[in-house]
Design a binder for this molecule. Structure first.
Ligand SMILES: Nc1nc2c(ncn2[C@@H]2O[C@H](COP(=O)(O)OP(=O)(O)OP(=O)(O)O)[C@@H](O)[C@H]2O)c(=O)[nH]1
Ligand SMILES: [Mg+2]
Length: 468
């Protein structure tokens, strides 16, 4: 059996570093480690790694047939008290690629197998150390690049999401078993499960399911970044603003209207969060087919994005053009923030006219700046961060779905709950109600891995890095 062998892999990132960690897990983890130790270090005829206490570290020298490989620190995890739930040894080596390669080879020569990606976490799941949603959170924690993504993944690892799902599932199971009990007494025509109570429960679960599904868009935005589109007329200074925000000469800037033809997207890391910043082709009546396509893409991004920064050249843009653009943007998205650019060229009277236009359209107060001025752009970035974070307040205690597989299972479960509600309306028989309830339960169970989920296991764990 694949689980019965002992696996080995590097657990730290590849490359040169102060230390590198190799992890060995499985029934022969101690035996294999002993084989590579020599007298003078931990191993002696009377003291073997299996005689040492769990959760202790020991300085030792590792040998292969060619002699000493490295002086290492080994940490022992015994009796299931390890990440995988198996006997595990973690070996801290000097962080050389050569040493790591040689030690891995030595373990493989004596019978260990190089671990598949995610296999340590898969074993942790198999031994009941983590449920499936928690195991997926481990991958998210490793991948988290900023505070918000880390907070979400950490919460999921601690099991908050799993316990919410298990509660929903248990409530459904209770009713399903009552309905199934009725089937055993079909002759007597009894009703153990009150249809009225069942309807209340299923409606409640359906609403919770819908809310969780809706939270996926937010969870995904937190994980991958909130999309912020820079839109506006040609020459408004969108690409200039894009470059200054990134502090990088990323997009081409010129005074030729229509310079940017295609959308350019990049990540902008800010304190605790990440934005997906998208520079777009300027909006105008275009005759050129390619420019037309570029503008269509601008609008497509506006529709999908979290917010749009409508950028204007305060001096050269006409109020009519801006008004018409804003109307078409607002018909596609509710979050439009206006940035009045080229403040260095504008006088106070123009600024106040633009302010009046924005307020007249019910927009928040515009942000006035020169996109060429890095300090002013920095102030805009702080302001944006504040706005995004403000929208997140109160979400700390809420369950947010961040994983596409979970969102899909919740959606599928919601469809089954809808079928149960229809069934209750049309007085569907108990066995058909139970059929939909069971299917709903199986979708929920698939999230935490409480039922046979062999086919999904492979696809989840293969996305991990080797050594985790
Ligand atoms: N004086 C001044 N010029 C600016 C400012 N921002 C941008 N410009 C200039 O305005 C011109 C157009 O800037 P871009 O950033 O290419 O404008 P854009 O909105 O990306 O234009 P398209 O790609 O054509 O849609 C360039 O010559 C910039 O140097 C500013 O704050 N002040
Ligand atoms: Mg541009």
């Amino acid at each position: 059996m694949r689980n019965a062998d002992t696996i080995v892999a590097r657990a730290s990132a590849a490359g040169i570093g102060a230390i590198a960690i190799i992890r060995v897990s499985g029934p022969d983890a101690f035996l294999f480690t002993d084989t590579l130790l020599d007298s003078g270090s931990v191993k002696s005829p009377t003291r073997r790694t299996s005689d040492l206490n769990s959760h202790t570290s020991h300085l030792c020298t590792l040998y292969d047939a060619d002699g000493a490989m490295d002086e290492a620190l080994i940490t022992l995890f015994k009796d299931g008290k390890s990440y995988t739930g198996e006997n595990t040894v973690e070996i801290s080596l000097h962080g050389s690629e050569y040493i790591v390669g040689r030690v891995l080879k030595a373990f493989i020569c004596i019978g260990a197998r190089l671990a598949d990606p995610g296999e340590f976490t898969q074993r942790a799941f198999m031994h009941g150390k983590l449920d499936l949603a928690q195991a997926e959170a481990v991958a998210d924690i490793i991948a988290s690049e900023h505070k918000m993504a880390h907070n979400l993944a950490f919460k999921q690892l601690k099991g908050g999401f799993s316990s919410d799902i298990s509660q929903l599932r248990d409530r459904l199971l209770h009713f399903t078993s009552l309905i199934e009990l009725e089937l055993d007494f079909a002759e007597e025509d009894v009703e153990f499960a009150s249809r009225k109570d069942l309807r209340i429960l299923v409606e409640k679960i359906k609403a919770e399911m819908d809310a969780l599904c809706c939270s996926f868009a937010l969870g995904n935005a937190i994980k991958k970044g909130f999309a912020l589109v820079l839109a506006g007329r040609p020459n408004a200074g969108k690409s200039t603003l894009f470059n200054t925000m990134l502090n990088e000469d990323r997009a081409i800037v010129s005074d030729i209207a229509g310079t940017t033809r295609d959308a350019i997207e990049t990540q902008l890391f800010m304190d605790g969060m990440v934005l997906r910043l998208i520079d777009t082709a300027g909006i105008r009546e275009a005759n050129d087919v390619i420019e037309k396509e570029g503008i269509a893409r601008t609008f497509a991004h506006v529709e999908k994005s979290g917010a749009t920064l409508y950028t204007i050249d305060m001096v050269h843009c006409s109020f009519e053009d801006a008004r018409s653009d804003l109307h078409s943007l607002l018909s596609r998205t509710s979050r439009v923030w206006m940035v009045c650019n080229k403040k260095d060229l504008a006088n106070e009277s123009i600024c106040s006219q633009w302010l009046e236009l924005a307020l007249g359209l019910g927009l928040p107060e515009p942000w006035f700046l020169s996109a060429i001025d890095s300090q002013e752009v920095e102030a805009l970035k702080n302001h944006l961060q504040h706005r995004f974070l403000q929208g997140m307040e109160g979400l700390a205690d809420q369950t947010i779905v961040t994983n596409l597989r979970h969102a899909k299972s919740l959606e599928d479960c919601g469809i089954e709950m809808q079928a149960v509600l229809h069934g209750l309306d049309s007085e569907l028989t108990g066995d058909l109600l139970a059929f939909h309830l069971r299917r709903g339960i199986s979708f929920l169970s698939g999230i935490t891995g409480e039922i046979g989920v062999d086919e999904i296991l492979g696809s989840i764990f293969s996305k991990f890095c080797i050594g985790k």
